[in-house]
Design a protein around this ligand. Structure first.
Ligand SMILES: NC(=O)NCCC(=O)O
Ligand SMILES: [Zn+2]
Ligand SMILES: [Zn+2]
Length: 473
């Protein structure tokens, strides 16, 4: 059953912060979209009024990389689309893009359908990148069907996870070339899966079985090589490319070089990689080290400066969480063999606060750049701007009322994410979502969620995003 249209809302007296401008004004929301913006707007009868005095009114965050209830490495990630999107809203994020992954050798359209069923309980809007994990004529046909009939404009490829999700260069060449003809953007997890498997084998043979082996098996060069390779493949084909979770100076430099040469290469950074470093793997405590096992792993601190600089300079365009929750009993599967620890950490709730605190408050980012990298750039790259990622008349009323001076301490004891660990545990952050509005609904207000299962909508994304593809003749 369709949900009733939310009643009108008037956001009064905030500072409207977008990727381009800062201005004082009110925002009137009607039928889930922004109906008017201006000073001292008249309040229509029956309108709900939200006081935004002292707050920034910004486009809600868009997290382009989450994994809700994903089957992976023999486990299923614990946040589902309801709990995960509630956590997102409490942190100021109003849309996620998750990944639909086909079963081995299976149908992409079926994967899209399975993920659509799972996401029916979401409380904020969502969309799916669809993964290409093998190649055949039927995969090519399904990619076309997904673009034409299902609003998919991005396909994901894993260069890592050998023997599971990994694809080789042959598949990459076919898929990136085909996606180009469809006007779809390929996303790539850039780590050399053969090199990882080789190093894992060597580490196990030398007696390294504990979770500290994870980072040792995935040194920065593993990412740097794969990033350069996919950039070269994309260049060969004349295709745009989007590299997910860039965690190293090596990959950042490869992207910057390619862009300087005129290639359209986009890079995404996880908030985790900006502020957590490889020292977390040295504690000797299995539970804590395993909880930090994710791919790419946390890096030597020296890489973080390159990631921050990449975001500030525009060489890297988006930020994400790669939200993928596994609890301690699931991580314990790899107690005697680090290669069996399910890879993933949480972060959909904290991305915005971490970026504000460590980015804007330190002067690394301006407030406008914060909006660009948490929302607007993602909306442009995945072709949903200005419906999303904007505060403009006609845009969806997906907004966060941001308190730039409000503080909180991040903890697994208080977060909304359905997981028993938080990589930011104990971090005090300044900058938080006072209220979050999704599709015109006030869904997070004064520390309380007011969500209704299934109010999130699937967002179709048309092909040929103008920021990725040159004009067609
Ligand atoms: N990142 C991670 O460790 N788990 C989720 C799957 C992926 O994005 O590689
Ligand atoms: Zn990945
Ligand atoms: Zn991921």
């Amino acid at each position: 059953m369709p949900h009733p249209v939310p009643p009108p809302l008037l956001i009064r007296g905030g500072t409207i912060q977008t990727a381009d401008t800062t201005s004082r004004g009110d925002v009137l929301i009607r039928d889930g979209v922004i109906a008017a913006i201006g000073r001292d707007l008249e309040a229509p009868t029956g309108v709900g009024i939200v006081d935004a005095g002292g707050l920034l009114v910004m486009p809600g965050g868009i997290d382009p990389h989450t994994h809700m209830e994903m089957p992976f490495m023999g486990e299923v990630s614990t946040d589902d689309f309801r709990t995960g999107t509630e956590a997102a809203l409490s942190g100021g994020t109003t849309m996620i893009v998750d990944f639909a992954i086909p079963s081995p050798g299976g149908s992409l359209v079926e994967a899209w359908r399975v993920w659509s069923e799972r996401a029916a309980k979401a409380v904020c809007d969502y969309s799916f990148h669809v993964c290409v994990t093998h190649w055949s004529d039927s995969v090519a046909g399904e990619m076309a069907t997904l673009v034409r009939d299902h609003g998919v404009n991005s396909f994901k490829h894993f260069m890592a996870y050998k023997g599971a999700l990994m694809v080789d260069d042959g598949v990459l060449l076919e898929s990136v070339g085909h996606a180009l003809s469809l006007g779809a953007l390929c996303n790539v997890h850039a780590e050399n899966g053969d090199a990882v498997a080789h190093l894992q084998k060597a580490l196990l043979a030398s007696g390294v079985r504990g979770p500290e082996g994870h980072a040792l098996s995935r040194p920065p060069a593993v990412e740097g090589e794969a990033a350069q390779r996919i950039i070269a493949i994309a260049d060969l084909l004349g295709a745009p490319i989007y590299i997910v979770h860039v965690s190293t100076k090596d990959a950042t430099d490869a992207i910057a070089r390619a862009r300087a040469g005129g290639q359209r290469v986009f890079g995404e950074v996880l908030a985790q990689h900006l502020v957590v470093d490889e020292s977390v793997y040295a504690s000797g405590d299995f539970g804590s080290v395993a909880a930090h096992v994710m791919s790419p792993p946390f890096r030597p601190k020296s890489h973080q400066a390159a990631l921050w600089a990449g975001l500030a300079s525009g060489q890297l365009q988006t930020t994400a969480s790669d939200h993928c929750c596994f609890c301690a009993p699931q991580k314990a599967k790899g107690r005697d063999d680090f290669t069996l620890i399910p890879n993933g950490t949480a972060g959909v709730e904290d991305r915005m606060s971490v970026l504000w605190h460590h980015g804007v408050r330190t002067g690394r980012l301006t407030p406008a750049e914060f909006v660009s990298i948490t929302s607007t750039n993602t909306a442009k790259i995945f072709n949903i701007h200005p419906r999303k990622g904007a505060v403009s008349v006609g845009s969806d009323a997906d907004l966060v009322l941001w308190d730039p001076d409000g503080s909180r301490t991040i903890s697994a004891r208080t977060h909304h994410q359905r997981v028993d660990f938080n990589v930011y545990e104990g971090m005090q952050v300044t900058g938080l979502a006072r209220s979050t509005i999704t599709g015109g609904r006030l869904a997070w207000h004064d520390g309380a969620l007011r969500t209704v299962s299934g109010t999130g909508r699937y967002i179709s994304r048309p092909p040929f995003a103008p920021i990725c593809f040159p004009a067609r003749a």
